[in-house]
Design a protein around this ligand. Structure first.
Ligand SMILES: [Cu+2]
Length: 637
């Protein structure tokens, strides 16, 4: 209820009651750090806080400070009851978007709220997911008091080739995933919050590497060349017109084609280049210099963790004073490029909100730039040896992908219609009747399919099955070498399985993927399921995860050829700590790691494709198999 009608005061009696009669200042003993609460309230009572009905921007240091303080208070609540009352108080008193952010991150991270269902962000704050024309039509429907469903289209026209792949960057589920990734792994996260986020720096690299590789597959599906990385000295070739609007501050800024980066009042283009050079130098030297001048080696498997933290940068970064904050500031540089000095009082661009960032095609260019830096680190490490790759006694004999169409190894994609609720974007008042207003969008989807994997084993083992997929041919029609293809590999699934002595057939459904999650339950479904008592509870339910629908790239009507790669490795060697293989909650392990537990797999993320492949003969071991599949797109019918 706290997340409904966020722009208005709550109509829920529970919430109103708590908000009216509860003041955190009267209950300081109910918080781990009562003095923090007191400090927060003093600040608040002086009016030094972000007012309601304004935009909230996590990249603004003042906004962030306030959001983190509120989050810390939520985490400090000794009981669930205190948490609820504090949240109700905040829901009614602080900026609603700041509240949504702090409250969501607290829900995801408090021990007593694990497994709770959070409605999708596109229903909590529809403005960030919905084009302006649809929002206008929704207001109009509310004024005229009739139920309506409004068609929403991807931005731009066919004259802009980037528009051909807008269905990916503007996919509301993808936007929701990106928001939730950053909510599960906030860059401002501190160890003091009680949970260490295992391999967070590496996951920052990997989750964004996967987004980049996924986008490459969409580009190839639409006969577009690969992503051209941004650079500080080069022009930002493509503009972007977001066609989305803030509630109060007007349209998200438009960026014309061929803009150059500009200095901002608080960071210059030269600062960005310095950060890049210092990081590149660290990679070339194989070590970073920490805050005390000590050398910390990054010349090994764990280097990526240190590098990921530094590049984002996060509260765990070493020597942030020196290495700066390349990724976060790059988002701001791109966001502010249309009004660098603030002359025109333009609000922040889409790049400054995780909900909206992927809408801009330059998001992927920016991340390709980041990804290339990570790649230069990975390429500085030696290729895997035959022994590191092999699983002696185990061989993958055959892989067949079935169920995607009437033919084996042929998969089909299509666009489907999907409706979501715009009610939260609208104004509400006592005595004004509710109307049902929905937006209807197209979403990419595919027929579910099954992997059938034939494995020969010399004895009983537990295996880790790693499945990837990458395009076989480049934009120019040339066949990718394994070394080129590896960086385009998208992780499809990773799971453990028992192998018996002799012949085994492993079957695995695409819907079980450890990379993806199903749709979050909408407000309507949640309300319905709660009333009917059918809401499923799973302590390990995650909100972060690539949408299941987007597991496959679109392909083309004629068909695009991909390699499906399957590798089976030894669980006994791969487990990061002592546990039984079935104890792990895979959910969305691949791109979203684990929320609070130790990451169960000790192999580097992306293994075995994170390292160079210099010699195909060394790379090819019996426990891996490449299978060609064709992805065909069924045009609208
Ligand atoms: Cu991101």
């Amino acid at each position: 209820h706290l997340l409904e009608n966020i722009h208005d005061h709550s109509f829920d009696d529970h919430v109103r009651d708590a908000a009216d009669h509860y003041n955190p200042g009267d209950h300081l003993g109910d918080y781990e750090h009562g003095d923090h609460v007191q400090h927060y309230l003093e600040h608040f009572n002086k009016g030094h806080h972000l007012e309601r009905d304004h935009l909230f921007n996590l990249f603004d240091p003042e906004h962030r400070r306030e959001a983190v303080e509120l989050f810390e208070i939520f985490m400090d609540c000794k009981s669930y009851d205190t948490f609820f009352k504090t949240a109700a108080w905040a829901r009614e008193h602080v900026n609603e978007l700041l509240f949504v952010y702090s409250y969501t991150v607290a829900l995801l991270n408090r021990d007593d709220t694990q497994g709770l269902h959070i409605p999708p962000m596109y229903e909590i704050n529809p403005h960030y997911f919905t084009t302006t024309d649809v929002i206008q039509a929704a207001y109009s429907a509310k004024m005229k008091q009739h139920d309506t469903t409004i068609d929403m289209h991807f931005t731009g026209t066919k004259v802009n080739p980037e528009q051909w792949v807008a269905y990916y960057g503007e996919d509301i589920g993808l936007n929701n995933h990106h928001f939730h990734w950053h909510a599960d792994f906030p860059f401002w996260w501190k160890k003091e919050y009680g949970h260490e986020k295992d391999r967070k720096g590496e996951l920052f690299f990997y989750a964004h590497h996967m987004l980049t590789a996924r986008f490459e597959a969409e580009r190839l599906s639409n006969h577009l060349p690969e992503i051209d990385p941004l650079h500080w000295d080069k022009e930002i070739e493509q503009g972007f017109s977001p066609h989305t609007t803030y509630r109060r501050e007007g349209e998200f800024p438009f960026r014309p084609d061929h803009m150059h980066f500009h200095d901002l009042p608080f960071v210059t283009v030269n600062d960005m280049k310095n950060m890049e050079h210092r990081i590149e130098a660290a990679i070339a030297l194989g070590y970073i210099v920490d805050d005390h001048g000590n050398h910390i080696s990054i010349n090994d498997t764990h280097g990526i963790e240190v590098l990921g933290e530094i590049m984002e940068s996060s509260a765990c970064s070493k020597n942030a004073h020196y290495y700066g904050s390349l990724h976060n500031l790059a988002h701001v540089m791109l966001s502010r490029v249309s009004d660098p000095e603030g002359k025109y009082d333009l609000p922040p661009g889409v790049m400054e909100h995780f909900e909206t960032a992927t809408r801009d095609p330059s998001f992927f260019r920016l991340h390709k730039y980041m990804d290339n830096i990570f790649k230069s680190h990975k390429d500085s490490l030696p290729p895997y040896t035959h022994e590191e790759l092999d699983f002696p006694g185990v061989s993958v004999e055959q892989v067949t992908v079935t169920g995607g169409s009437h033919h084996d190894n042929e998969l089909h994609t299509f666009f489907e219609d999907f409706e979501f609720d715009l009610n939260n974007a609208l104004d509400h008042g006592k005595g004004i009747e509710e109307v049902k207003v929905h937006a209807k969008v197209k979403r990419l989807n595919h027929n579910p399919f099954t992997y059938n994997i034939k494995v020969q084993s010399d004895k009983d083992h537990v295996g880790v099955v790693r499945i990837f997929m990458a395009p076989e041919y480049s934009y120019y029609g040339t066949v990718f070498t394994h070394n080129q293809e590896r960086w385009l590999m998208v992780e499809m699934d990773r799971f453990t399985t028992k192998l018996h002595k002799g012949s085994n057939v492993i079957t695995r459904k695409s819907t079980e993927s450890s990379a993806t999650i199903p749709d979050s339950l909408s407000f309507d479904q949640l309300r319905h399921d709660v009333e009917a008592g059918t809401l499923e509870y799973n302590k390990y339910h995650r909100h972060c995860g690539h949408p299941q629908r987007l597991l496959l790239p679109k392909g083309s009507v004629e068909g695009i050829k991909f390699d499906v790669f399957v590798m089976v490795t030894d669980f006994e060697k791969d487990k990061a700590y002592d546990h039984e293989h079935h104890e792990v909650h895979e959910n969305s392990l691949s791109y979203c790691g684990t929320l609070h537990e130790v990451y169960p797999d000790n192999k580097p993320m992306g293994f075995p494709f994170d390292r160079r492949i210099d010699d195909d003969d060394v790379f090819h071991t019996h426990n891996m198999h490449f299978q060609e599949v064709v992805v065909k797109h069924e045009p609208d019918h």
